[in-house]
Write a new protein. Structure first.
Length: 164
């Protein structure tokens, strides 16, 4: 994912946390069915305003019910987990599609940027919560053992919330 310089300290922290994460689970509330649905998505860019951009199919569920959405990222090897609440917007900008285009999108959009169902999903974050623990497996085991012995979290890493 291409990450642009961010305008605030909190967005910079968020960008740092997600910069190496290739996939996210995008969740939205499906009003007609009365349920949450999630699907894997590949973020293409985090722009200067903190919005996260995706190539999407205009006929898919991922572009319906944009009012309340959540992105969940995880990097098990780094022991980092992020949940971002926000909303989505559809943008029909062929020039930006060209900029964000990747050959990995071709299976879903065989005609490339000219695919008729190709649209941009702009995820606008409102707030985020993160868990950033020690990434060494040895340190993880030692902190878990210490936490079990003390019956409270010890050295389990950073947990925080970001108002975006």
């Amino acid at each position: 994912m291409n990450i642009k310089p961010q305008k605030t300290e909190e967005l910079t922290k968020l960008a740092e946390l997600i910069k190496d994460m290739k996939y996210a689970m995008l969740s939205s509330y499906q009003v007609a069915e009365g349920k949450l649905t999630s699907r894997p998505m590949t973020p293409q860019e985090m722009c200067e305003e903190g919005a996260i951009w995706f190539l999407a199919d205009s006929d898919s569920e991922s572009v319906r019910n944009l009012e309340v959405m959540n992105l969940a990222f995880s990097n098990e090897s780094e022991n980092t987990y992020i949940s971002i609440a926000g909303h989505g917007e559809l943008v029909a900008d062929r020039q930006r599609m060209q900029t964000l285009w990747s050959m990995f999108a071709r299976p879903w959009f065989p005609q490339g940027v000219e695919s008729k169902n190709l649209t941009l999903l702009k995820f606008v974050p409102h707030s985020a919560e993160f868990w950033d623990g020690p990434d060494s497996k040895v340190v993880q085991l030692l902190t878990m053992a210490a936490s079990i012995a003390a019956a409270k979290p010890i050295g389990m890493g950073e947990h925080g919330q970001l108002s975006l």
